[in-house]
Ligand binder design. Structure first.
Ligand SMILES: [Ca+2]
Length: 498
């Protein structure tokens, strides 16, 4: 009979990594987040609170890259942490008659630095006069943009810095001949705006009429500019709409990653309507039924280099006899070994490798990042199985394979089987023990009754007495100690702390 003996690292939570620029390596902070009205709160490097939001929706504030927002809407790469701007910090701009805007937004005026909240991302758009440019038939616009006519960059024609005068050529024929109409791009266009076909300054562009959009409309979708408008409760699909590549078909339905624990999500994928995007590949995991849009067929897609779901926990241990303790060691440790003769060679050893992460209070805590299983002759075993992050498995130090590629590995001569079991990699040693590891902080172990009182390590012995679990291995054998750190450190794997 088997006895379930261990629930290890049971506290799961997501962490929010807010980076100070576009580099993932430049991690400034990690913070705990909470779920609130289907929006996830997140923080920037200064600890300001925001919500996860699609960055194609403008707002008075700034977007920051956030790991939790990406996990929250894993299929939608536009989700960022949106932190509202503090109006009191915009006052120097507002009292000067300006408006604070994202530096990338259009400003019908001139931008001035350091007058707004988030000064590296937001600038003060101040009204300008630009009379000299207008007197010679032009309009001022930021330098570097297209102009229907000739650019005159003579200093003094335009107010502010970085602005040039675009002299109108009064020629809209390229747009008209293409069946379009020249408009200011703030106006709604039923098709799409085509750059460089209209007279006047950059913001006057050619509104082209839509072509054949039936591949999209027949599928129940709507063609839109995927760069500026989110497709709520759905997903954009390319190649179903007329016009430029950014004009895509918004199809409603399928899990976009924010809800439910579908099999697809467990496998690190996301459910998309009809087919996968870009370099993604479809995998066989199932997507939940979409009761609101049952007509849309969903496929589970996986990016070639998907990030793991971050599920990490405080380093809480439960011994075989259910003694709970906390140990923050940062090396590799013997979790469990066969111990009928403590000073002799164990028949098997299971070790866990710990990584370090920063928690809400800025304290470093440890989590399990890998599990190793050794059979006989530890540490130079006959068989060594390493369970790595993201459910990669290495056998005898060979190149790691993902469990999906490995599918099942079995050596009947020694009774060892490695296979996938739900979200875990499972290693079974016949008539001895079974280990499950989710590839990210969560480990479970089962040991047969006949062996449970003949083991030692961080999980103690399973003799039914929780008070004798802090056994330390010394040259004289096992000795009971009181101090949890003395106990924990005694099981460190030699050379694993460097
Ligand atoms: Ca015990």
């Amino acid at each position: 009979m088997r006895v379930f003996v261990l629930g290890f690292i049971t506290v799961s939570f997501h962490v929010c990594l807010v980076v100070s620029n576009t580099s993932w390596e430049n991690v400034a902070h990690q913070r705990r987040i909470r779920q609130d009205n289907n929006s996830l709160t997140c923080h920037d490097a200064e600890g300001r609170e925001g919500i996860c939001r699609d960055n194609r929706v403008n707002g008075e504030g700034c977007f920051f890259k956030s790991r939790i927002c990406q996990e929250y809407h894993r299929c939608n790469n536009h989700y960022r942490c949106f932190i509202p701007a503090d109006p009191t910090k915009d006052e120097p701009c507002v009292t000067d008659g300006g408006i604070c805007k994202a530096a990338t937004d259009r400003c019908d005026g001139a931008y001035e630095d350091d007058l707004c909240d988030f000064p590296s991302k937001r600038k003060c758009c101040k009204p300008t006069c630009d009379l000299k440019c207008e007197l010679i038939g032009g309009d001022c616009q930021p330098e570097g943009l297209a102009c229907g006519g000739v650019i005159n960059s003579t200093p003094g024609l335009c107010d502010g810095t970085g602005r040039v005068c675009c002299i109108d050529n009064k020629d809209d024929s390229a747009c008209v001949n293409a069946g379009g109409e020249c408009k200011d791009i703030v106006e709604v266009c039923s098709g799409w705006y085509d750059v460089g076909k209209c007279s006047g300054f950059y913001y006057r562009q050619c509104c082209r009429l839509p072509g054949d959009d039936t591949p999209c409309t027949n599928a129940g979708g709507v063609c839109r500019d995927s760069r500026t408008r989110p497709c709520h409760m759905g997903d954009y699909r390319p190649n179903l709409c007329s016009g430029p590549s950014y004009r895509q078909c918004c199809l409603k339905g399928c899990d976009t990653g924010s809800s439910g624990d579908s099999e697809c999500r467990e496998e690190g994928g996301c459910c998309r309507p009809l087919f996968c995007a870009g370099k993604e590949q479809s995998i066989s995991a199932t997507c939940p039924n979409d009761t609101i849009h049952p007509e849309t067929s969903c496929v589970c897609c996986q990016a070639p280099t998907a990030r793991p779901v971050v599920e990490q926990g405080d380093p809480i241990f439960n011994t075989l006899d259910k003694k709970e303790y906390r140990f923050d060691g940062e090396c590799s440790y013997v979790l469990l070994r066969e111990c009928s003769k403590p000073l002799e060679e164990p028949r098997f050893v299971v070790t866990s490798k710990h990584g370090v992460m920063e928690n809400l209070k800025g304290n470093l805590i440890t989590y399990v990042k890998g599990i190793s299983i050794y059979l006989k002759n530890w540490p130079l075993s006959d068989l060594q199985i390493d369970l790595l992050e993201q459910r990669y498995v290495s056998i005898n130090k060979n190149i790691p394979l993902n469990i999906r590629e490995m599918v099942r590995w079995n050596d009947a001569s020694i009774g060892v089987t490695i296979e996938q079991d739900g979200p875990n990699v499972k290693v079974d040693k016949e008539d001895e023990f079974t280990v499950w590891f989710n590839g990210n902080g969560r480990v479970n172990l089962e040991i047969v009754d006949s062996l449970s009182d003949r083991v030692c390590g961080l999980l103690g012995n399973g003799n039914g007495n929780p008070d004798d679990d802090f056994l330390k291995l010394t040259p004289d054998g096992l000795t009971l100690v009181d101090d949890v750190n003395e106990f924990g450190e005694s099981w460190v794997v030699d050379g694993s702390c460097s």
